[in-house]
Write a protein that binds this ligand. Sequence first.
Ligand SMILES: Nc1ncnc2c1ncn2[C@@H]1O[C@H](COP(=O)(O)OP(=O)(O)OP(=O)(O)O)[C@@H](O)[C@H]1O
Length: 278
Amino acid sequence: MTGLLDIRRLSVAFGPTRALSDIDLALEPGTRLGLVGESGSGKSTLGLAVLGLLPPDAACTGEVRFQGEPLPWSDDRAMTRVRGRRIGFIYQDPMAAFSPVHTIGTHITRALRAAHPGVGRREALDWSVALLEEVEINKPRERLDHYPNEYSGGMLQRVMIAAALVGDPDLLIADEPTTALDVTTQASVLGMLDRIVEARGMGFILISHDLGVVAEACREVAVMYGGKLIQRVALADLKAEAHPYTRALLEARPTFGKRGQRLSTIADFLPSDWFDDA
Ligand SMILES: Nc1ncnc2c1ncn2[C@@H]1O[C@H](COP(=O)(O)OP(=O)(O)OP(=O)(O)O)[C@@H](O)[C@H]1O
């Protein structure tokens, strides 16, 4: 079987900064992988590299194959087609994704008609309604006529997810998709993402600094540190098999059980004496 995504020896540098060093990562179709690590570990750079969206000053080596074919990074038009149809992308700030002067319906139907040029106005409208239903927005037909400022942050994030689904992608990459939301909304958006990814059987890469977020919607985690991939493990085995740095990430999570206790902090990574300050 051809794999979904095959990242081989991917390295990215911004001048003297090595953002990614020799990443190898393969995903089978339907794999749901959380990519975790602290700020600056290279998670976003990895997502952007796969999508061909690195800034021009990034020096990138290595190869990424998608469904068996190398991604055509140097061909802008071909990459635009990949992003519109085969790989969906969701990022953190829903507000920035929408123009305030167009209705939500205009945004979605435009995205649909860009991904499927033959689709007529009427069909695009019905399809948009179905997509808003899929992301669990009530009264979708009515809400298509609303403007972004009439939507809450959580609802806008749902619309952004709907827009990422217009091309029926085989892989969805989400970079901190719920970080801008309050905790309750975050949980409901993650639950919805989990249901959609499951129902569509898509591959899913969820980028987050928070292992708890990843646990809501993924089955495996890949842990990054300093531009390197240091561990990949099934979530079910995480506690038993956590690499010392992964364990530190787990312990740094605020949970209700730890109320009143000091949170762990992640110091420079020194594996040999890592547990001494517990
Ligand atoms: N456009 C850029 N120009 C210069 N350096 C960059 C650029 N983008 C990322 N970097 C550097 O590459 C490294 C990895 O950054 P990246 O944003 O991928 O990390 P991250 O794990 O996604 O962090 P965060 O969670 O804060 O987004 C960092 O050292 C960062 O400063």
